[in-house]
Design a protein around this ligand. Sequence first.
Ligand code: ADP
Length: 520
Amino acid sequence: MPRALPHDLSPGRFDAALRSFEGVVGKPWVLSGEEDLVPYADAYGLASPGDHAPSAVVAPASAEEVQAIMRLANQHRTPLWPISRGKNYGYGGAAPRMAGTVILDLGRMRRILEVDVARGYCLLEPGVSFYDLYDHLIANRIPLWASTPGNALGSVVGNALEHGLGYTTTGDRAANVCGLEVVLPTGELVRTGMGAMTGNPCWNLYKYSYGASFDQMFMQSGLGVVTKMGCWLMPEPDAALELKMEVPNEEDIGWVIEALAPLRMSGVVQSPINIGNFMRVIMASSQRDQWHRGQGAIPDAMFPEIMKKYGLGWWGVGLMLYGDPDVVRAQAAQVKRAFAQHTPQPFQETWWRRGEPRPPGPTHGVPISFPLRIANWAGPNGGHLGFSPILPPERGVILEQLKRARALFRDFGFDFYGGFTLGERHVNQVNMLAYAKDDPDMVRRARGLFEALMRDAKGRNFGEYRSHLSYMDAVAETYDFNGHALQRLNETVKDALDPNGVLAPGKQGVWPKRYRGKRT
Ligand code: ADP
């Protein structure tokens, strides 16, 4: 495939930019060969390969090198797309929004700069993966747990910046970021919060600043390259209790969410609660043609047989309680009382106590990646895409959303993988579309389904919390209060901080002046 360049960049200028980058990072760390770029393509998305194809990669080893590259990018008007580990699967992986953008791969910046055991935080460079952090904590016998996601191949920094959600009491990762070091699009280096004062020891302890606070501004935005991030970790608890229940019926999800919402809000349950339908298990552990070879979604009539075979209900509810065993017992009693009003079924209880081996999985802060296997569900060369609106935790809303999403999945011939993650005051509804990329009809239907889900949610005034590159413009468009005032604010800030439009053009639907015509 011929290399795509941004429309306003001549090959000569582009090559001059790459040569200048080599002067900063050394020749081996600037890549532009066809094969070099393969790992930076989006392996799972629905777009044509050219739509998000990068033109080259530059991999700096320090914040100073990031600054130098950023300044050169301004000189040569070369757009850059920062990635930490590039494993943002389901949302675009390592690929940039705009074809021809140069990947700024921060994977070499992989130092764990500090872990403060007494204060429960770490300070990380962007290339640190969840596995790196876990290995470091274990190897040094540090009694802190990191919140790891279902697929932990990515970086702690990249995931938090994208509002990644997960497990343990720090599972709302963006909320547990405390203090950033950022290279601005002009190349200037800033530290947010208390880090703005040289030598202040509270940088990673106190989230705000004197005056405006900017940590959140650098999340899901193309306004800076994060080169260090403070991240709070959960102190290793004395005990952890997992309460699990397989709930039999589809519509049970209404009372389940309503029973749990007050417990999340009051802090009885302090970590996000993950509820998934049986297909979440089936799709990660088998392939579609083992169950059904016909056209369309697996028929509902087959569900009882599938659930029985795996010992699953329609929904698997899993919640974790961490802390002193007496406190955990009291919290568990409250959860049980709330459920007893709706079902005589008991929870399956699994205790872990400090000193015992930790069960592998994110509930105990142990990284895993096997759930990525859902990409194989529909056939070889599979892909997946998430559609995840934010909802209030109300029975009526939840049941209506479920009914509508289920119907759309059925209409477009897809198996319904659905989950709900319960936050303190909201629900994140996760719909996962899994498809075979070699099947053009399935790809066409998957696009149709995603767009229908988005339109339908918008029709009920609900929006997504994160989206794939290909849908960033469309999702941004749904945030329309006062004639898209937020979009205008985003563009004003973007143009002020990035006047030459060199950082992450199109990220989250925000285009710098220079590329504004590219919005789709
Ligand atoms: P991970 O591998 O950790 O899952 P990625 O490296 O794929 O995450 O990053 C996901 C997205 O987050 C990127 O596409 C980019 O938009 C943004 N991002 C990642 N790292 C940084 C960073 N250090 N600074 C600014 N934005 C970043």
